[in-house]
Write a protein that binds this ligand. Structure first.
Ligand code: SF4
Length: 239
């Protein structure tokens, strides 16, 4: 009998860990990638408000990973439950940890400007992070933390059913795409998450200390704008 190769076993191991994480928060089914935009049974049977409230309740006092030890508040995410655009960041910083809200510091103000630059209001979109608790001293979230917390993000995406996902920074992009490719190589073109177009771009915090990257982000966001109107079957207004 032919033995499974190492990459197959790695994918299998990662899938088992992910399914265990999903099980922790009561998810027993994952929508089929071939039907990403169809209303799944649970979304039909309960309102988005109910589903999101249930998920938020499941997160209260979450201690599934070691990030629970240093947090002040869990940063669940916020925005329009009917959002067409879903922005995914990395994790809470000091301001977010204190207020329990995503992207409220300087990087958050810049994200608001980016959203407005393509003709949306911040209230139109949904914003959440890959990890919901602040990593100590703003260190990068570790793979086990991302893997555990991703189950909540996947559930949020499943409830919102956005038209486009924008992954802000390498951690969001790599986690959602399950790759280790640098963000500089991922950005600039659409990928897919469960059949939903996903545009990776630089994190707004990076733009604060490297403003030279703003042009790249603008190019990525122009593509998001174009794709959105294409999906809506409309001619995009000039930016
Ligand atoms: S980061 Fe996510 S999985 Fe870890 S304790 Fe916080 S909410 Fe739970």
């Amino acid at each position: 009998m032919e033995l499974p190769n190492e990459s197959f076993l790695r994918v299998l191991r990662e899938t088992i860990i992910q399914l265990k994480s999903l099980g922790h928060i009561g998810i027993s089914e994952i929508p089929a990638p071939s039907e990403p935009k169809s209303k799944s049974q649970d979304v039909q049977n309960a309102s988005k408000q109910q589903l999101m409230a249930r998920l938020k309740h499941d997160l209260v006092d979450c201690q599934l990973c070691k990030l629970c030890k240093g947090r002040t508040k869990i940063v669940f995410g916020e925005g329009n439950l009917d959002a067409e655009l879903f922005f995914v960041g990395e994790g809470p910083g000091a301001n977010e940890d204190e207020q329990g809200l995503p992207f409220v510091g300087q990087a958050g103000q810049l994200l608001t400007k980016i959203i407005q630059a393509i003709g949306f209001k911040r209230e139109d979109v949904y914003i959440a992070n890959v990890v919901k608790c602040r990593p100590p001293q703003n260190r990068d979230p570790e793979p086990d933390e991302i893997q555990t917390c991703m189950a909540f993000l996947i559930r949020q995406i499943h409830i919102i059913q956005p038209k486009i996902i924008i992954a802000l920074g390498k951690h969001a992009a790599q986690a959602l795409l399950n790759v280790s490719t640098p963000i500089s190589k991922l950005r600039g073109k659409f990928h897919e998450f469960n059949g939903i177009p996903l545009m990776p771009t630089y994190h707004p915090a990076m733009l604060l200390y490297n403003p030279g990257k703003k042009r790249d982000v603008w190019e990525d966001m122009k593509q998001v704008h174009g794709k959105y109107y294409q999906l809506m079957g409309k001619v995009p207004p000039k930016l």
